[in-house]
Ligand binder design. Structure first.
Ligand code: ARG
Ligand code: ZN
Length: 473
């Protein structure tokens, strides 16, 4: 869920993709040797206009193994991250995104590599050049306090210390606070976390708990995220938690960690997780991951919730509707993720519409009533709300009302336009076809048109690309 209306200045979106075309005369040197002109630097960004420095070119990450200890009292982290990646070009240099503490050692394929840091870019020059299509391993050791990151909308993310640990949201750019990474939703990877914390403190990561062992007053939690995950959905949130486990009706294990101070207040909502998953499974198709759950923490300075994969994180006790929103994201956002940040309505519009559907199913307002309400279509035509473009809200309004509410209105209007049968087939097919993948608004328009057999160009133009309150569609 979005933060309570926090606004900031938009980032100037200057593209800074480095040229990476191979030079001529490849016969001058053997591949992999210094001076080989066929090797070049990977691009410093993936080319997303909203966050030009995000992601990197020249490789594709397969797995992150993140091993660290963290002491809530001193806020000190000692970490070793091992990245397994495949080169997508011959490389003599590549970048990672990293905003974390001091690097003490960096190896590529077991050889010490040289590196320099430039803002969020970690520029790595391996001793031996990397060949296209070959796998390579990067080991980064670092220690210190990971930073809190402020977003263009003024909200905070990254590594946010709490009274008893740390709250760790990563959307849209917080994960490099604690993991050197290829930080763009288009490079999904599997993750393993080994988190060591003082005994009595719990470290809760994405995926399944493989082991939990206490030795000499410290407990190591090993979490395994076996399905591909976008970096922004990674978390290891740390604190004193009341842990409970259960199963959904379909047999998916549910792990919940709740701050004891919020236990009473959030019990009824947390208890509905299996029901919500059951209802969304009936609408959207199978739950996409091997595990589920939630982390309810006290991080008042964060003020929003995030759909961290398999375990959404809440910075305060969630409402039932917010819980439904974050669970819906597991299908739309987490399994099916955007290709570009400007496509954020495909996350937030879907999760918000799912919230409307859940509310109706749970005996509250109907989706039509929510559509008509003063938060939505009932807004005055002169309201500034109608002046943001749904499919291109800009970085300061990425998590503003428009991608959420106008996004959800778009889906409700589409349902009216193509009928329930085509609409619910579309949202189910969308989740199935793009499972663990990345999508654009154009992909959605294409799929909606093909499922419904209708020409929807004007419809989507009016709802997604034009300013102003739609009147006919
Ligand atoms: N995706 C989250 C949600 O709707 C909100 C994330 C807000 N992040 C931010 N940096 N403002 O559940
Ligand atoms: Zn959301």
């Amino acid at each position: 869920m979005r933060p309570r209306s926090i606004r900031g200045t938009a980032l100037a979106a200057a593209l800074c993709v480095l040229a990476s075309a191979p030079l001529a005369h490849p016969a001058l040197a053997a591949p992999g040797k210094p001076g080989d002109p066929r090797h070049s630097a990977g691009a410093a960004g993936i080319g997303d206009p909203y966050f030009p420095a995000q992601g990197n070119g020249g490789f594709d990450v397969k797995h992150y193994d993140v091993a660290f200890s963290y002491d809530p009292a001193t806020k000190r982290m000692d970490a070793t991250t091992t990245i397994t990646a495949t080169a997508t070009q011959d490389l003599d240099r590549f970048n990672l995104d990293f905003r974390g503490p001091k690097i003490t050692d960096l190896n590529v394929d077991r050889h010490r590599a040289s590196f320099r840091r430039d803002g969020q870019e970690l520029v790595v020059t391996p001793r031996l050049k990397l060949k296209n299509r070959k796998s390579f391993t990067v080991v980064v050791k670092y220690a210190g306090t990971p930073p809190v990151i402020t977003d263009p909308d003024g909200s905070i993310e990254g590594w946010v210390p709490t009274d008893d640990g740390a709250f760790v949201p990563g959307e849209p750019q917080g994960t490099p606070a604690w993991i050197p990474s290829n930080d763009h939703p288009t490079d999904k990877a599997t993750f393993t976390f080994h988190a060591t914390v003082p005994e009595g403190v719990t470290a809760v990561g994405n995926g399944q708990l493989l082991s939990q062992k206490t030795r000499k007053g410290r407990t190591t939690f090993v979490w395994d995220s076996t399905e591909p995950m976008a970096t922004y959905l990674a978390t290891v949130t740390i604190g004193k938690f009341k842990v409970a486990t259960s199963k959904t009706p379909g047999g998916i294990p549910v792990y919940t960690a709740v701050d004891p101070a919020l236990a009473t207040q959030s019990a009824a909502v947390v208890a509905r997780i299996p029901d919500i998953i059951g209802y969304f499974t009936s609408l959207f198709g199978p739950y996409p991951f091997a595990s589920a759950g939630a982390i309810v923490d006290r991080a008042p300075n964060v003020g929003y919730a995030l759909e961290s994969q398999t375990k959404p994180i809440f910075s305060s006790a969630p409402s039932l509707s917010t819980m439904a929103h974050e669970i819906a994201h597991q299908w739309y956002g987490d399994s099916v993720s955007p290709k570009r940040w400007s496509d954020i309505w495909l996350n937030e519009g879907f999760a918000t519409y799912a919230q409307w559907l859940w509310t109706e199913h749970n005996g509250g307002a109907t989706a039509q009533q929510t559509f008509d309400s003063s938060d939505n279509y009932g807004r005055d035509a002169a309201a500034p709300f109608w002046q943001t473009v749904t499919a291109d809200p800009g970085t300061a309004d990425l998590f503003g009302d428009v991608p959420y509410n106008r996004g959800a209105m778009t889906l409700h209007a589409l349902r009216g336009k193509i009928g329930d049968t085509a609409f619910f087939k579309l949202v189910k097919d969308w989740a199935a076809k793009h499972k663990y993948g990345n999508v654009s608004t154009a992909d959605f328009i294409h799929q909606a048109s093909s499922v419904s057999g209708k020409n929807l160009k004007t419809f989507f133009d009016v709802w997604l690309y034009r300013k102003g309150k739609p009147t006919t569609w």
